[in-house]
Design a protein around this ligand. Sequence first.
Ligand SMILES: Cc1cc2nc3c(=O)[nH]c(=O)nc-3n(C[C@H](O)[C@H](O)[C@H](O)COP(=O)(O)OP(=O)(O)OC[C@H]3O[C@@H](n4cnc5c(N)ncnc54)[C@H](O)[C@@H]3O)c2cc1C
Length: 384
Amino acid sequence: MNAEVMAMGMNNELFKEADPMFADNARAYYEYARENDISLTHTLIHPQVNREKAQHEQKDANMALHLVEKKSDGIIVDGVRLLATQGGITDEILVFPSTVKPAGELDDPYSLAFVVPNNTEGLSFISRESFDQNKSTYDHPLSSRFEEGDAIVHFDNVFVPWEKVFVCGNSSICNRTFKETNAVVHMSHQVVAKNVIKTEFLLGTVLNIMDSIGIDGFQHVKDKGTEIMLTLETMKSHLYRSEQNATLDRSGTMTPDFEALNAARNYYPRVYPRLVEILRILGASGLMGIPSEADFQSPEIGMIVNRALQSKNLQGYERVQLFRLAWDMTLSAFGSRQMHYEYYFFGDPIKMGMAYFDQYDKEPYKQYVQDFLQQTTAVKPNFS
Ligand SMILES: Cc1cc2nc3c(=O)[nH]c(=O)nc-3n(C[C@H](O)[C@H](O)[C@H](O)COP(=O)(O)OP(=O)(O)OC[C@H]3O[C@@H](n4cnc5c(N)ncnc54)[C@H](O)[C@@H]3O)c2cc1C
């Protein structure tokens, strides 16, 4: 969110197309958020009703968030948006300009970008049940610390003052915002940095599991470790290239090379489920034989489980701590959501992949092969 708000604030000319006020608003909000350390959630997508149809064609066309009225001091918006991660626990919510399908003026009322404080009258967050069960960091090493929450957001005729509006009923501007503000570049840079750290953590967990139960000498186990290492090194290389080739954009903002980041952000959702699968395969029954902290402290069974769950190099208590971590990365409610998150949070990887193919500069490679074919010494037969 910090990258998005910064990019929209710095490269704000796009918003001027509708009114210079919107560009000023984007810049002012960036400075406000920066100076006041505002934490933000955001909603990007329309509710999942019928993906074959545009918003104005939906059977309940007033359900998705839309513009109700323009007033002298602001706008009134009403309806539902998805899916606000950390929704209930941030300061403000940014309604992000998402692309509309099919792009067209009839969907203009649904094409909005604005920000409001989370306690704005008429705004409510409908949160999913928490995956943090209030257990210790031994029992739930990740979910006890990093549960984020996801929420459906309902706007009940919410008033948004003009100074907090960036796009108002303009599908053309919405569809171009990510790209033309460079928001997608700066967000991708953070995403790929996250991919590096996340893969390092996953690799470390897998390697510790290999050591602990003595499986690191088996060929297929090594090969699975290699798969994770290759992913890690690939992500690091993409990140490095993006920074090496960074240039100043038209606003004077140092901007990483998007080619490298775009490839990495498209690749990781495809490979992350495999990394999780590797952890599951190597952890095997150890991911289910995970007594709780209370079991280890029990006078009746503590000694038994400590002995029963010993490993090559660890006491039962230590081994279970490691395997509980692996379980919380893969099979717990928290771990399952992580996999789902990595697959979807930046958008549908299938649609992103199609867009990637379409925008890729394919001509040089086609020409490369055509040139080679032209170099033949064969005489073309005459079929006429
Ligand atoms: C854990 C998690 C956290 C998230 N956090 C946030 C958040 O904080 N803020 C936010 O705004 N969003 C968030 N999202 C939502 C995320 O942006 C979406 O999941 C993503 O954009 C895909 O949209 P969708 O879920 O509506 O899937 P859909 O678009 O409904 O897709 C469902 C399926 O149908 C297929 N499909 C749909 N339309 C087409 C088409 N036109 N062509 C081909 N195939 C199609 C897709 O390939 C997919 O398999 C989060 C999602 C998850 C899972």
